[in-house]
Design a protein around this ligand. Structure first.
Ligand code: C5P
Length: 219
C-alpha cells in the first residue's frame, strides 16, 4: 500500500505474552511500509545481559550498551528463550531501566528512517506511554491456553527442549507481573481497539486490523 510521507503514521500495540501481536505487527508494518520495533526484545536483551554478565550488570554498563544499540542486536536468537522472557519481566519493573530504553523507543516511533511511512511498535506500555498520540492503537490478546500452546509450538520449532506445562506456568507468571506492576503495567486503554486472536487465523487478524486502518486512511 502506498502512502505519502507528509505526516508519518504511528501504530501502537500492547498485548500480553504470546498473543500474536509480534506476527501481526510485522505483517502490518510490511504491508504499510512502516518501521517495526518489538520493544519486548529490548527488555529481553537487557535480561540476557544480566544473565550473561551478572557481575558487570549495573546501570552504567547498561547505559553504554543501550547507547550503541542497533536494531540488528535485537535479532539475537538467544533472546527468544522463556528463561530470558521471564527475566525480562523482572528487570522491566525497574524504573531506571525503563527510563533508559524509553528514549530509544520514542525515537524509533517518531523518527523512523526516511524510507518508511511511519512506525509500528508493540509492547506493554506503547499505547499510553511511548506513543500516546498514535493514529492507531490496538490491544491484542488471546486466552492463556492458546497463548501457551502457540509459544510452545514456536519454541519447539526452534528445537528448544520445552514442556507445555512449563510454558503455561511461565506465561502465567509473566501475565501476573506485567498486569500488576506499579510502573508501566500492561493495560488496555479506552482508545485501543481490542483484537482477540483466540479463534482467528493470522490472516483473519491481519484483515481485521487492515480494515480499521484503511477506513481511517481513506477519510
Ligand atoms: O514482548 P515480550 O514477551 O518479548 O516481552 C518480554 C517482557 O518484557 C514482558 O513480559 C514485559 O515484562 C517486558 N516488556 C515491558 N514493556 C514493553 C515490552 C516488554 O515491560 N514495552
Amino acid at each position: 500500500m502506498k502512502l505519502k510521507r507528509k505526516k508519518i503514521i504511528k501504530i501502537a500495540i500492547d498485548s500480553p505474552a504470546a498473543a500474536g501481536a509480534g506476527t501481526l505487527a510485522k505483517a502490518i508494518s510490511k504491508y504499510y511500509n512502516l518501521f517495526y520495533l518489538d520493544t519486548g526484545k529490548i527488555y529481553r536483551l537487557i535480561a540476557y545481559l544480566k544473565l550473561k554478565f551478572p557481575s558487570k550488570f549495573n546501570l552504567s554498563f547498561l547505559r553504554k550498551r543501550i547507547k550503541k544499540l542497533k536494531i540488528k542486536d535485537l535479532e539475537n536468537k538467544s533472546l527468544i528463550s522463556d528463561k530470558v522472557g521471564l527475566e525480562a519481566s523482572i528487570i522491566s519493573k525497574n524504573t531506571s531501566i525503563r527510563k533508559l530504553v524509553h528514549s530509544f523507543q520514542i525515537n524509533c516511533a517518531y523518527n523512523p528512517p526516511k524510507k518508511y511511512y511511519g512506525s509500528c511498535l508493540d509492547g506493554r506500555d506503547i499505547t499510553y506511554k511511548i506513543i500516546p498520540d498514535a493514529e492507531f492503537k490496538f490491544f491484542i490478546t488471546a486466552n492463556i491456553k492458546t497463548r501457551a500452546l502457540r509459544r510452545f509450538n514456536e519454541l519447539k520449532k526452534l528445537k528448544k527442549k520445552i514442556d507445555y506445562k512449563e510454558v503455561l506456568k511461565s506465561i502465567k507468571k509473566r501475565d501476573k507481573s506485567d498486569y500488576n506492576r506499579k510502573i508501566s503495567p500492561l493495560k488496555r486503554t479506552k482508545d485501543s481497539v481490542l483484537i482477540n486472536t483466540t479463534n482467528l487465523t493470522k490472516k483473519a487478524c491481519f484483515l481485521k486490523i487492515k480494515k480499521i486502518i484503511d477506513k481511517e486512511l481513506q477519510k
